[in-house]
Ligand binder design. Structure first.
Ligand code: PMM
Length: 268
């Protein structure tokens, strides 16, 4: 089966228009609707930038940004994932109808997150994480990045299951670009299949990340990474991933539909 496509909707002050709060929200909803029309299965709403070096955002500010959007999208029948490290935001989004919690810290940033995952029994994405964005570029020492990320995710999943999280709800994510050099991100992308032995579903978030610029001319615009993102989406499908998180849904949808038709066609 084709992987699920999670369309990225970052609702941060630097995204969308600067025409005031309402115009900003309208533009965000408009963008989400376009992502669904382009083939997204769910929309990943986030109100805190996790780019390398980024500072934290207070949970109240995050909630002011994301909750009206979650409510509106759910009201329109769109499946929503909430991209947050804050248990209070995850809970409020769940109450507003979100169907998946996407925590880049895998429940490590906020000790209350596991409880929210247990109580809501929503799908729960647990990403490989080595600490907050402010210092993560200095935290890339691995002897064997593929084995260490795999083992850390397996360990984290086991801890969460012992705490009471439903194993069927867990989805692990290697955290491409999070405390990983470009070379380490490449290694993870080419060994995604090894995450399958953890026994949970796997999500891959490679979209527009820095490592994809390695094959592009110096200074190429970010959007030029969309074609290689679509290739990585097809690689993820081939490796058995449950889902991919992408900005350019159209490109990934075309790649995945093509991949799926190759799967179903009879070999000559
Ligand atoms: N990457 C970003 C944000 N959220 N969530 C998951 N599960 N996996 C990721 O790789 C991931 C994420 C950062 O990307 P962006 O700033 O381009 O949205």
């Amino acid at each position: 089966m084709r992987p699920q496509i999670m369309g990225v909707l970052n609702v941060t002050p630097d995204s969308f228009s600067d025409g005031g709060e309402f115009a900003h929200q309208e533009a965000a909803i408009d963008h989400a609707v376009k992502l669904v029309a382009a083939g997204a299965d769910l929309i990943d709403v986030g109100g805190e930038t996790t780019k390398p070096g980024a500072a934290r955002v207070p949970a109240q500010d995050e909630q002011r940004r994301v909750l009206p959007i979650v409510r509106e999208l759910v009201g329109r029948g769109i499946r929503v994932s909430i991209d947050t490290m804050n248990a209070s935001t995850a809970l409020a989004a769940a109450e507003a109808g979100a169907s998946l919690i996407n925590d880049v810290s895998g429940g490590l940033a906020d000790a209350g997150m596991a409880r929210v995952a247990i109580e809501t029994d929503l799908d729960f994405v647990v990403m490989h994480w080595r600490g907050h964005s402010a210092g993560m570029d200095a935290n890339t020492d691995y002897a064997d990045v593929v084995r260490e990320v795999r083992d850390a995710l397996e360990m984290r999943a086991a801890e969460l299951i012992i705490t009471g999280v439903n194993p069927d709800r867990l989805i692990v994510d290697p955290g491409i670009g999070f405390a990983k050099t470009a070379d380490q991100s490449w290694q993870l992308v080419t060994h995604l299949r090894e995450l399958g032995s953890i026994g949970t579903r796997v999500l891959v978030g490679a979209s527009r990340k820095r490592f994809l610029s390695m094959l592009l001319p110096e200074g190429a615009p970010i959007k030029d990474r969309d074609r290689s993102t679509a290739v990585v989406s097809a690689l993820a499908a081939e490796a058995g991933a449950w889902g991919v998180r992408v900005h350019d849904v159209r490109g990934t949808r075309a790649a995945l539909d093509f991949w799926a038709s190759l799967q179903s066609s009879d070999p000559a």
